[in-house]
Unconditional design. Structure first.
Ligand code: UT7
Length: 355
């Protein structure tokens, strides 16, 4: 761990990258194995297709690719902490973040996984912000990456139509008050009494996987209707809280980047906040719900539309239940298209930077 540094005035976004795997699964592909239809999925969720990791492609592979793009976007600065938000680590033990850090050649940096399901990226960004503001760390690589194709039951039409795989990452570091890219306010919450709404029942200490474990216990499950209702209310409330703390009116928000679960949820959150739904960025139509990756992927996908100084409102809701929101302004950074294939990468893996 680096020596504690002077507490900075602010924390700013310095780089952003995203990665989606090449395998596309369309609604029509799902019609073949599920009792569903392209028309139903489009009208009830807004999703047209999603991406699935290739066989053998794990969360760390996607995380490292997105992170390498974020590091390139930031100009390969020195990193001293890696936080990986994920529900689908490569293995139950150990954490996946150290493997990603080593793969990127970052040296013996602090690295840990953070589990807050679809709220994971907002949670991780808030922790990175606090870590830099405290002076404990200088620059943090925050990654949201998930491989839900590994835990979703391909025959469950409640979940298989929604989820896809992907990764997104940002670099945040010390900056000046008012500098474009500044992270302003965060608001985080949980309600463990609703733990059954979204879960994988087996595989932990409560229900270890054994010969008696059923498919239903092993796979991800979600009570979609109840989650929908809670997600809308919670994201709107949390958003109001960070808007107030940032001193922003709803009309000041240039872009609403809400967790990409369902277009109807995004429209309702925007409506409750009095934000023009056209300011709610949509990426789910092409990648589905990518859980912890959804917010940084949506940011990377829409980055060409953002202008320096634009006011961004982030908000998410996920299993736990967990939810939260954050505000930032947009920095002058270059961001690669997350659809760019691995073999189109222009730079090799970054090499460790001298300290
Ligand atoms: O990422 C964490 C946060 N997650 C979310 O925010 C997800 C929130 N939930 C949702 O997005 C929605 O609840 C779903 C997309 C999961 C389901 O949509 P819904 O509009 O809530 O559907 P429903 O469960 O209320 O079902 C409505 C009807 C039912 O038929 P009847 O009883 O009205 O005849 C279902 O059987 O739609 C039927 N249905 C389907 N039909 C075709 C449910 N799923 C499907 C399907 N294809 N995939």
């Amino acid at each position: 761990m680096p020596a504690r540094t002077k507490r900075p005035a602010a924390v700013v976004l310095e780089g952003l990258g995203g990665y989606v795997p090449a395998g596309t699964v369309t609604n029509l592909d799902l019609e073949g194995r599920l009792e569903t239809s392209d028309a139903w999925i489009r009208s009830r969720t807004g999703i047209h297709s999603r991406r699935f990791a290739a066989p053998g492609e794990a969360t760390s592979d996607m995380a490292a690719e997105a992170a390498s793009r974020a590091l390139a976007s930031a100009g390969y600065p020195e990193i001293d902490l890696v936080i990986l938000a994920t529900t689908t680590p490569d293995h139950p033990c150990p954490a996946t973040a150290p493997a990603v850090a080593s793969r990127l050649g970052l040296g013996p940096v602090a690295a840990f996984d953070l589990a807050a399901v679809c709220s994971g990226f907002v949670y991780a960004l808030a922790q990175a912000n606090a870590a830099v503001l405290s002076g404990q760390h200088r620059r943090v690589l925050v990654i949201g990456a998930d491989t839900f194709s590994a835990i979703v039951n391909p025959l469950d039409r409640n979940t298989a139509i929604i989820f896809g795989d992907g990764a997104g990452a940002v670099v945040v570091g010390a900056g000046e008050e008012g500098q474009p890219g500044q992270l302003s306010a965060f608001d985080l919450h949980s309600d463990g009494s609703c733990t059954d709404l979204i879960r994988v029942a087996a595989g932990g200490s409560r229900m270890p996987v054994n010969a008696e474990t059923s498919d239903a216990d092993r796979y991800f499950s979600m009570q979609g209707k109840e989650v929908f209702v809670q997600a809308v209310t919670a994201m709107a409330e949390s958003s109001r809280s960070v808007l107030q703390e940032s001193g922003w009116q709803h009309g000041d928000v240039d872009w609403l980047i809400a967790h990409q679960a369902n277009q109807r949820i995004l429209n309702q959150v925007a409506g409750l906040l009095g934000i023009d739904p056209r300011k709610a960025v949509i990426h789910l139509d092409r990648v589905g719900n990518t859980s912890a990756a959804s917010i940084p992927l949506a940011l990377a996908d829409h980055a060409p539309r953002f202008e320096t100084g634009d006011k961004l409102l982030l908000t998410a809701f996920g299993g736990g239940t967990t939810w939260g929101a954050g505000t930032l302004t947009w920095p002058p950074i270059a961001v690669a298209d997350p659809q760019q294939a691995v073999n189109e990468r222009t730079k090799p893996w970054p090499t460790p930077q001298p300290s």
